[in-house]
Ligand binder design. Structure first.
Ligand SMILES: NC(=O)c1ccc[n+]([C@@H]2O[C@H](COP(=O)([O-])OP(=O)(O)OC[C@H]3O[C@@H](n4cnc5c(N)ncnc54)[C@H](OP(=O)(O)O)[C@@H]3O)[C@@H](O)[C@H]2O)c1
Length: 192
């Protein structure tokens, strides 16, 4: 499918299966594969189309999962749904320290299937992971990702920026579910 979505279309275009838990990861990169721009943050490469999907995916998730590196680098603050920060340290990232009690959890990933199971057992069946690249690697290696949502922004930035997956080599086949185009930005849903 190749269309330019209106906001109203996003609910249908990004609908996740309602009959089972679903873990999706949302990432943005440039055409040359950079996951950050010169600021070292994804905020220097994303754009309005990406932001619209980012907000929609948050609004339809039960829980946000994020690597501690991303929470620290991107300065994560409280959201209107629970945030699980994946970390090997027992330390809440600075921007999340004022969050309402219970709304931010810090947990190691450990066994990825067990981690996912614990989220589902809390009633969080629509799980949105916002990266970053190291956490995405480990979730893929653990075989617990159902869907990868990607935004490819129409820019080339060169430089040393990371890709959306970091770490040892993997080979994960993907199946294209949906491809949208908005002013040159490509928004895709890939089934893992
Ligand atoms: N383009 C995008 O869509 C996008 C999305 C997110 C982030 N980013 C960018 O990616 C960069 C950060 O990359 P990153 O790879 O460091 O991010 P990350 O995966 O969010 O953070 C890595 C940190 O998360 C924790 N972590 C990750 N995997 C873990 C595991 N299996 N078990 C326990 N803890 C684990 C560790 O935290 P502790 O050190 O606390 O133990 C680790 O140091 C930033 O520049 C950010 O802006 C880009």
């Amino acid at each position: 499918m190749l269309v330019g979505p209106d906001t109203d279309d996003l609910a249908e275009l990004y609908a996740a299966p309602g009959d089972r838990p679903w873990l999706r990861v949302n990432m943005v990169s440039t055409v040359d594969g950079a996951a950050t721009g010169d600021s070292g943050r994804s905020g220097s490469i994303n754009n309005a189309a990406d932001k619209r999907v980012f907000d929609h995916l948050r609004a339809t998730a039960d829980v946000i999962v994020v690597g501690a590196g991303t929470a620290r680098t991107e300065g994560y603050g409280p959201a209107d749904r629970p945030i699980v920060v994946v970390s090997r340290r027992d330390e809440v990232p600075e921007g999340l320290r004022g969050a309402p009690p219970g709304s931010v959890l810090v947990e190691p990933l450990g066994d990825a299937a067990g981690f996912r199971r614990r989220l589902v057992d809390r009633g969080w069946t629509r799980i949105l992971c916002e990266g970053g690249p190291s956490l995405l690697h480990d979730l893929l290696r653990g075989g617990v990702v159902d869907e990868l949502c990607t935004t490819t922004v129409p820019r080339l930035v060169g430089g040393p920026g990371p890709r959306i997956v970091a770490g040892p080599a993997l080979d994960v086949p993907l199946r294209l579910h949906t491809l949208l185009e908005v002013d040159g930005t490509l928004l895709a849903r890939w089934l893992v």
